[in-house]
Design a protein around this ligand. Structure first.
Ligand SMILES: *Cc1c(COP(=O)(O)O)cnc(C)c1O
Length: 287
């Protein structure tokens, strides 16, 4: 089973980009699949291959109750006809995303935060024959490999911008950007995640260059502000493209703030990466 990762690269026509004479583009990885969305399929593609080679019959992974990774895994598992199980962090809850996971046949097991910390132990304690371990969010070297061909090599971009959670997706972008002579810019969406720099370095080559920005988290992971929602609504109105509030909305809002501050020299050709995650919009508070 494979999904087509050759997604469109589209220009963004927006008055702010025009005013500051930068050329803004977006890589539409949200179009890979509606539920096996964006970077989550890229991170899983070689993991699925490896699991199949090893004759796995069940994929076991980990995530919070709003995990895009678990939704992607549940859906991809159902399509590939392989069982899935997830250890979900925290006390038993129900929400639309976990309900979707169950629709695709994923078995859910809620574990408290202490037990959740030792994922390898959880896996081993409940292991059945044919079980295959997938770390939280799919993180690991196979995931980085799956994220190292996101940028089209023939379009002379000057910058590539991506939201950074664990930094796995960004590490793939960094490797590729350095080969292409593009400056990779990561927008960190967690608060106080200074250690992420070393995590990314560990996944890259010693010589790789990248820039990380820590001031655009809007209050912290999965926190949102009215300013963020109105930015996302304005962006949708201008371009037709929906963003999510956890990752891509913060990334794009940061790009516009950086454009307005003069961070990007005139004539920059900026590729933003839409990593998907639109199901997060299900949790938007209603007025
Ligand atoms: C998971 C996710 C990310 C973060 O990816 P990492 O590889 O963990 O940095 C970014 N965007 C979206 C939409 C995601 O779902």
């Amino acid at each position: 089973m494979r999904f087509d990762t050759n997604t469109p690269v589209q220009p963004i026509f927006h008055p702010i980009a025009q005013k500051h004479k930068v050329d803004l583009w977006i890589k539409r990885d949200d179009m890979i699949h509606p539920f096996v969305s964006g970077n989550k399929w890229r991170k899983l593609q070689f993991i699925f291959e490896d699991a199949a080679q090893k004759g796995a019959t069940r994929l076991v992974s980990f995530g919070g109750p709003y995990s895009n990774h678990l939704v992607a895994l549940a859906c991809a598992g159902a399509i590939a006809n392989i069982q899935t199980k997830a250890f979900v962090r925290g006390e038993s809850v129900s929400n639309h995303m976990l309900q979707l996971c169950q629709s695709w046949g994923m078995e859910l097991s809620f574990v408290n935060r202490t037990a959740y910390q030792n994922k390898q132990l959880l896996f081993e304690e409940h292991q059945q024959a044919g079980d295959y371990f997938i770390d939280e969010g799919g993180r690991g070297n196979l995931a980085v490999k799956g994220c190292s061909d996101i940028i089209p090599g023939n379009q002379s971009f000057t910058h590539a911008v991506c939201a950074v959670g664990t930094g796995t997706t960004f590490a793939g972008i960094v490797q590729q950007s350095n080969l292409l002579g593009i400056l990779p810019l990561g927008i960190v969406i967690l608060k106080g995640a200074q250690g992420i720099e070393q995590d990314i370095q560990a996944l890259c080559n010693d010589t790789d260059r990248f820039e990380l920005m820590h001031q655009f988290h809007e209050g912290g992971y999965a926190k949102s502000t009215n300013a963020l929602w109105s930015f996302m609504d304005d962006f949708a109105k201008q371009t037709g493209i929906l963003l999510d509030q956890v990752y891509t909305g913060k990334m794009m809002k940061a790009v516009f703030a950086l454009i307005e501050s003069g961070y990007f020299p005139a004539q920059s050709k900026i590729l933003t990466v839409h990593t998907g995650g639109l199901l997060g919009l299900l949790t938007r508070p209603l007025p």
